[in-house]
Design a protein around this ligand. Structure first.
Ligand code: ADP
Length: 459
């Protein structure tokens, strides 16, 4: 029994133990599961902690950046304030400048108005006619004298072409084209022929014109022309010419008698002193005869209607004839003459006028070349023009005085006192004669070296 009891007891205990073990096992497994879960949780927590740390670090960086940004914004705000203040100052300065400028503009406008009024008063009071034109030749401005002398009112001519409103004519009434007018308006010394302006009523008057360019910077924007009614001057010139012509004629006859008497006296038996006096008197009277002839020629040329008498002329013969006239002078002064001229060179021109030109140029070359010098005369033909040059190795003409050479009675300062007498009308006559035969005179000269005068005329 006890054994059975003991067996039963041990069976019960065993069962109980088995159950317990089972429960324990169950609990252990649960614990294992829980431990696993906890481990997982712990792992998850560890991951979350890492992420949090990462986020925290990012937040720290962002915070730093924000701090920097805030600092930068503070600096920008400061700069903006500085700029704003500067702008306020600048605005004030601008306001002051504008006020000053306005004042200055007002003052300047007043000045300009005064200058304009003054200029207008000056223009109105100029006795000579004045007209300003643009580069097209259209009238921009005229003065009172223009209106008075031409009969046109200002408003009738502004904007119109000057050459159409005011025709220019020559001495015989031919109207000049615009291009011919331009040439006339830049006259070459005092040798230009007289031109006439036609008034609104059709009548004409002789004019003396001076033209000057109007420029803005380097650009030509028009021209201003000043003209004068030269009727009175022409009348005086004509009276002078007439007087010269009459006086010359009156002098010529007695002078011929004096020269004749002197040349007869030269052939008489005289003492040396008497011979010297007679020779000097004869030379002087010969020079006087030349001057009188020139004066007559000039008064004829100045009458405006001198016409050349054209004929066939052999230049070789003519040159020989003229140079022979001066042979004695050439020998007396120990000069050498070299002539270069083609053998037969025929031209149609006025022989007498051409002789006058050459006679003058050669006698000047001899007169102004010291002993031992050379005079070279060259004749040639080029492109339908005849070119005759007379070159010497003489005293030359001072540079500063060269532009005055075509003037009547002008003598250069380096020859004004020396022994060789002169009147200063020879070249004036030469320039005028050249114009009549359709030619031109030019020269180059160097003081103490020599001069070359050149005549160019159509063949
Ligand atoms: P003139 O010889 O009677 O003085 P011209 O009219 O012939 O008058 O010449 C005018 C001036 O020109 C002269 O006085 C002289 O000063 C100058 N001249 C002319 N020809 C020459 C020349 N060949 N060499 C130097 N000067 C000259």
């Amino acid at each position: 029994m006890n054994m059975r009891i003991a067996k039963v007891t041990s069976d019960g205990t065993e069962t109980k133990l088995r159950i317990l073990a089972k429960e324990k096992e169950h609990v252990r497994r649960k614990l294992v599961v829980t431990a696993e879960k906890l481990k997982l949780k712990a792992k998850q927590l560890a991951v979350t902690a890492k992420q949090k740390e990462h986020v925290r670090r990012k937040l720290v960086v962002t915070a730093e950046k924000l701090k920097l940004k805030a600092k930068q914004l503070a600096v920008t705000a400061k700069q903006k304030e500085v700029v704003r203040r500067k702008l306020v100052v600048t605005a004030d300065e601008l306001r002051i400048s504008r006020a000053t400028l306005e004042k200055k503009v007002l003052e300047r406008t007043k000045d300009l108005e005064q200058v304009k009024a003054k200029n207008e008063a000056i223009l109105a009071s100029i006795g000579d006619g004045l007209v300003a034109t643009d580069t097209d030749g259209r009238i921009l401005l005229v003065n009172k004298a223009f209106e008075r002398s031409l009969g046109w009112k200002r408003e009738e001519v502004i904007g119109k072409r000057l050459s159409e409103v005011i025709p220019m004519t020559d001495a015989i009434g031919n109207t000049l084209s615009a291009s011919e007018r331009l040439k006339i308006k830049t006259p070459n010394g005092s040798t230009a022929a007289t031109m006439y302006y036609r008034r609104k009523d059709g009548t004409s008057f002789p004019v003396t014109i001076t033209v000057a360019p109007i420029t803005a910077g380097n650009r030509l924007i028009g021209t201003v022309e000043v003209f004068r009614d030269s009727t009175k001057e022409k009348e005086i010139d004509r009276a002078k010419s007439e007087f010269m012509s009459i006086a010359s004629h009156q002098l010529r006859t007695p002078l011929t008698a004096i020269r004749w008497a002197l040349s007869s006296l030269k052939r008489e038996k005289l003492t040396d002193e008497q011979q010297r006096l007679v020779v000097t008197a004869h030379e002087t009277s010969t020079n006087m005869a030349v001057t009188i002839r020139r004066m007559l020629m000039i008064s004829h040329l100045e009458e405006d209607d001198a016409e050349p008498e054209l004929a066939e002329v052999d230049l070789h013969d003519l040159v020989e004839k003229v140079t022979r006239l001066h042979d004695a002078h050439c020998r007396r002064n120990g000069l050498t003459l070299i002539v270069q001229c083609p053998h037969t060179l025929l031209v149609r021109t006025d022989e007498q006028l051409l002789v006058e030109i050459l006679d003058n140029l050669i006698s000047n070359a001899y007169k102004y070349t010291p002993r031992g010098g050379t005079v070279r005369l060259r004749v040639g033909k080029k492109e339908g023009m005849i070119r005759i040059s007379v070159a010497d190795t003489g005293c030359g003409i001072p540079l500063a005085e060269q532009k005055r050479i075509p003037e009547k009675f002008f003598r250069a300062s380096n020859v004004a006192s020396p022994a060789e007498a002169g009147t200063g009308i020879g070249l004036y006559m030469v320039y005028n004669i050249a114009r009549v035969i359709g030619g031109t005179i030019s020269f180059v000269s160097k003081e103490n070296t020599g001069s070359t005068f050149t005549l160019l005329f159509p063949s």
